[in-house]
Design a protein. Sequence first.
Lengths: 337, 337
Amino acid sequence: MGVTMQDVAEYAGVSLKTVSNVVRDYEHVSAATRERVQRAIRELGYRPNLMGRRLATGRTSLLALAFSNVTVPYFAELSRAVSVAAGALGYRVLLEETDGTLEGERAVIANSEAGMVDGILFQPSVMSSVEISRHRGDLPIVILGEEAAPLPVDRVMIDNVSAARDATEHLLALGRTRIGFAGHEAGQLSATSIQRMMGYQQALEERGIRPEPSLLFPSGEISPTGAVQGVGRALDAGIRVDGLVCRDDLAAIGALRALNERGIRVPEDVAVTGWDNIEWSRVTFPSITTIAPDLSGLAQRAVKMLVERIDGFAGVGRHEIVDYRLLVRESAPSALA
Amino acid sequence: MGVTMQDVAEYAGVSLKTVSNVVRDYEHVSAATRERVQRAIRELGYRPNLMGRRLATGRTSLLALAFSNVTVPYFAELSRAVSVAAGALGYRVLLEETDGTLEGERAVIANSEAGMVDGILFQPSVMSSVEISRHRGDLPIVILGEEAAPLPVDRVMIDNVSAARDATEHLLALGRTRIGFAGHEAGQLSATSIQRMMGYQQALEERGIRPEPSLLFPSGEISPTGAVQGVGRALDAGIRVDGLVCRDDLAAIGALRALNERGIRVPEDVAVTGWDNIEWSRVTFPSITTIAPDLSGLAQRAVKMLVERIDGFAGVGRHEIVDYRLLVRESAPSALA
DNA sequence: ATGAAAGCGCTAACAC
DNA sequence: GTGTTAGCGCTTTCAT
């Protein structure tokens, strides 16, 4: 089929090994030989065959990035950040969608066929730490986010409690006192929701405000639509707030719609904060004040740790915290116009 | 390192070939042997090594899907549809982002390393048909979308002219007469923009309305923000419309914001249509009336054609058209409330 | 139905 | 600095 390294070697009148050396940029090759080989490569249109190399080295230069679903804007943006970070270290990224189901996550972790990727960046949704920590030991793994946190495994996240406190304090500083929390799961809470809710609660209590359970507006489904309904239902029941901390930007967008539908003004009547700083949060009307995690920092740390594992590092699990900022926009400005 | 097929063979007391037969579900294996081999596989924890198989077969079971950027919602949704369609045929999908640049697209087409993927689904942004048709003949390719259309290459798209006409006619049926077009490129128009604009123009002319160039609102950049500015500028210049056909949902979202900012009501004052039916278009306020391409149909056809090429089909380029629907929502309802 | 042997295209000791 | 020689783990004729 294609031109092989052997063909190039014969054409250039050198050995296989020399061609291999040239292709892999090995330094100890005389300039003349290198030039000759390169001409042969050009003239024959030779392209190295990935599979041969991979079989020989046992490396694929591929990293898996596993999360529920690329159509979730945060994950799409994460995926870009990771691709860039991985590219800088010579790796490419293979997306694995789990659909947020246990089976999906198990399939990813089980990794039934060996050698597809060199390692995996995994943002779990439902799988327990215990189960994750029992994954096949031969596949290096780094956990993204705050869900399951097996101690022996590397992990990168932002400080969710602290960020939620910042968002809540921002609303308090605006003079809001009846502040709700929206967008968490109606049933079993995710670790993400729990931590953000804890930060929300802490900020309120520090100001002497007792958090009211009636101001928690869960979403039937974690999506903008879920929040439209969750927040809408509460509003229709006559519950009133003057501030709303949303679990994520998608929930904030849903909340915005629910409020708009009922003629409630944002931020005048209700100030709203989101979380993730997805592109979309900049273009809503009003634009959304949000927690902006340092995505590229997160991606870089995660990829770096994973590559270290791939390269043989076998130390104890490292848990890294990356930065975030509160991005003040129209839905909860610094001071009301 | 890992357990090899040879290990399984020895453990089960059969030959390598027999194990291979069992692993690949070859039919002519006695039930007893098969059972024995499967037990060996289970007890040894054997997992087939992809690389060995790939080197031997020359197949990777990987398809590349190339487009500008996953954070564009349409592409994220396309990517899901393609993953599903490919999975049904035993393939996995590797995303290739081109950033919408010529270099990015060239890198994808050049495919400098052989054997990474078996074929490629490519949605070009800037590359010309001529250049695409000169791509390496040994990599099967299917083009997505309406940009470049080299005759010898398979392609799947929707009928953009007809869909744009439908959207425009919908606004006309609402009694709108000063209908603008928004969100196309300020400089060089993409084929996408051209076709959609042609459909818009045709619909107007069929109703005896002469399209006015002043009602074309280009975006500096193809993004919601670009449309916020493009539409905003026109409105500030005093230009008024009662309907707006947007090149895509992102532009419609930007237009919505530009109109909202100026207190112009949608749909009462201006009815708006989008394009793509991205998830987001359902949750804006008002939600967006949009052209909904049959994404899964598109993905299925595209993957099917690509796999046929991979399996050796060498006929002339096939150009397939898939369905779309006009989804009527709040931004341009059927009849005004 | 099963086994033996020859590669697939490349890398990596180890010589020279 | 360059060549020789083994594999990497699997599939695939071809025998049996």
